[in-house]
Design a binder for this molecule. Structure first.
Ligand SMILES: Nc1ncnc2c1ncn2[C@@H]1O[C@H](COP(=O)(O)OP(=O)(O)OP(=O)(O)O)[C@@H](O)[C@H]1O
Ligand SMILES: [Mg+2]
Length: 596
């Protein structure tokens, strides 16, 4: 059926259609132009007169190599790829090898399996993209089932973290626990759940950036207060004697600021009384004695406003406080608490707020006070539970414990169920955990010594151009996409809106599984990711069935349409059954209404 070459332009070849038949089943099939070199092309269009194909690579010693060096000539013999060549294109046919991961069946080559190179797939960031209902969650579940249901080549040392926004993977991954060697652990945000572990983050792991995210800081102007609070938290975890001079110094300075701030006397009195009601030491408090020859008055009495509206004894208070000011009182590096609670941090925030400067300006106070209020509502609200950790645990032990089951077995998948917290908080938890993993990976002496794959459902919500960059100077996922690979921290981005992902994130992925998609903006993004996909293949994406993906990247030899097997069990992600719900018990109700 293949006649002679009519034209060759760039990477497109037009052949004569010798049969004159329009055999559409050949679209997507590969043909070989054989002469000195074996040049591989994919058929992209057929008419009665001609067959159009696009050059994709060459077979060198029967191994496929993508990219073009040579072009066919008019004497090349044209034929459809043979069985060995198909395998070379779609990957290993063996479903249990240490090098390849079985993904599903080829859509073009009937009866052939499609496999991805495990090393290339999981050592680089990858993306699973497709409209809602196209089969992303099912594909993720199936990939892990294929990986962990294996009998021979067991990925025992894998560390995979799944951030499950809708809590849909629990069932789908649970059967992994019935295998001999592999385990999946659920860590949930449902505090009433007694079956699974509940999220617990030691508050003393939180760094200034984490706290900024947790408290929804929206301007960099709030960072100094957070940093100061973190420093001051030391004062609330130590015996008072050890930190007395520091506390005295800070309280004395704060009150001196108020006393000399030029405010009205009654305002001064009220503010000082308020500060000293919350923060005091055995040396400085409202009942401290201020001694003068012949008089002993308490600090409170010294703040009295007389009939002329003045605080007559203000100078006495100033002199009293100046005794406690010491410029030498600076924190040294060792003054870090080993552990603290959110309540300690809250106290430190209050203390940081009254310290130098903040009380002088209402505006500055307001910007910063909001953080304190938010921290209070987290510490005292439902989310406070996630930060209640009494013992001290190192980050290394914390992460290793996460990947160990209750029975002490190695756990390969940790599934975070984030379904019980609001979207913003889920986002914060995901970022805090991801930063923790990333920092840990960086801290290891052997680079990539503890490889981690972080799977993000609804990745566009996390890896988007959000305000993080303005407040803390970076988005953790942008950082991981740029630097994570070197340290073995790899992202799996699952999203229905690639156009809403940050540009860095998507362009740093090495492999893509693209399911059905029809939004023009999203299709444009797919086209822009790679040159190796024919325009007709991009067009095909619009009509794919659920569970069929175009897989491409360095784990695949060619872009390949794959029918991914339905997972068993499936995630809890099916559509709501409106038909059943609407008409459930409706019949008897309608009967009742008609009878009355
Ligand atoms: N590989 C598959 N084989 C057969 N059916 C599938 C397959 N994958 C998905 N489906 C069908 O499509 C439905 C939706 O799949 P899934 O929940 O994985 O979509 P999704 O892309 O994750 O959607 P969302 O963006 O809403 O999370 C499934 O309930 C199932 O019926
Ligand atoms: Mg889904």
């Amino acid at each position: 059926m293949f006649g002679s070459i009519k034209s060759v332009t760039d990477d497109i070849i037009i052949l004569e259609n010798a049969s004159g038949k329009v055999e559409t089943t050949l679209i997507g099939v590969h043909i070989v132009f054989e002469e000195k070199y074996k040049i591989v092309c994919e058929i992209t269009a057929i008419s009665r007169d001609s067959i159009e194909c696009i050059m994709v690579g060459e077979f060198i010693d029967n191994i496929f190599s993508s990219g073009l060096i040579h072009k066919p000539t008019h004497t090349s013999k044209v034929r459809i790829v043979n069985r060995e060549e198909v395998i070379s294109l779609v990957g290993s046919q063996n479903i249990d090898t240490p090098t390849d991961l079985y993904l599903g069946k080829s859509l073009i080559y009937d009866g052939f399996n499609v496999s991805a190179n495990i090393d290339n797939l999981f050592s680089n960031h990858f993306a699973i993209i497709g409209n809602t209902g196209s089969g992303k969650s099912c594909s993720v579940a199936r990939i892990f089932q294929n990986l962990f249901y294996r009998k021979e080549n067991i990925p025992y040392n894998a560390n995979i973290v799944l951030f499950d926004v809708y809590g849909e993977y629990h069932n789908a991954l649970d059967r992994i626990n019935q295998t001999k060697y592999c385990r999946c652990k659920n860590i949930t945000t449902d505090i009433k759940n007694i079956r699974d572990d509940v999220v617990k983050i030691p508050p003393y792991y939180l760094e200034a950036d984490d706290i900024a995210l947790l408290l929804n800081a929206d301007t960099p102007a709030q960072m100094p207060l957070i940093e100061k609070a973190l420093k001051y938290v030391y004062l609330f975890t130590e015996e008072e004697d050890k930190v007395l001079d520091f506390k005295n110094n800070i309280i004395a300075k704060a009150i001196l600021d108020i006393l000399t701030g030029g405010k009205a006397s009654t305002q001064i009195r009220d503010q000082v009384t308020a500060v000293l009601s919350t923060f005091y030491t055995k040396d400085i408090n409202l009942e401290s004695k201020i001694v003068q020859p012949g008089y002993v008055r308490t600090l409170r009495q010294c703040l009295n406003v007389d009939q002329t509206g003045k605080i007559n004894t203000i100078q006495l208070v100033i002199e009293f406080l100046e005794n406690y000011i010491s410029e030498e009182n600076v924190f040294d590096r060792n003054m870090k608490p080993t552990k603290y609670t959110l309540r300690d941090l809250y106290n430190a925030f209050e203390f940081a707020l009254i310290s130098e400067g903040v009380l002088k300006s209402d505006k500055v106070y307001d910007i910063n006070n909001i953080l304190k209020v938010r921290l209070d509502s987290i510490a005292n609200g439902d989310y406070g539970y996630y930060f209640e950790v009494d013992e001290y645990i190192t980050k290394e032990d914390y992460i290793k414990k996460m990947f160990t089951s209750a029975k002490g077995e190695k756990t390969q998948i940790v599934n975070f169920n984030l379904n019980y917290v609001d979207e913003r908080f889920a986002k914060t938890l995901t970022k805090i955990y991801s930063k923790l993993f990333f920092d840990y990976a960086i801290s290891l002496e052997s680079r990539g010594g503890y490889p981690l794959q972080l799977m993000l459902e609804e990745a566009h919500r996390y890896v988007q151009n959000d305000n993080d960059i303005n407040v803390i100077g970076y988005n953790i996922f942008d950082r991981i996409t740029k630097e994570g690979r070197k340290y073995g921290v790899v992202l799996g981005l699952i999203t229905q809106r690639p156009s809403e992902l940050s540009n860095t994130a998507l362009s740093q992925c090495s492999n893509y599984l693209v399911l059905r998609m029809f939004h023009p903006e999203d299709l444009k993004i797919i086209k822009s990711i790679t040159h190796s996909i024919a325009a007709s293949d991009v067009e095909k994406l619009k009509t794919l069935r659920p569970g069929v993906a175009l897989c491409f990247g360095n784990a695949f030899n060619i872009p390949v349409f794959t029918k991914i097997d339905k997972p068993d069990p499936t995630p809890n992600s099916s559509n709501a059954h409106i038909g059943t719900q609407w008409f459930r018990k409706a019949e008897s109700k309608i009967k009742d209404i008609n009878q009355n």
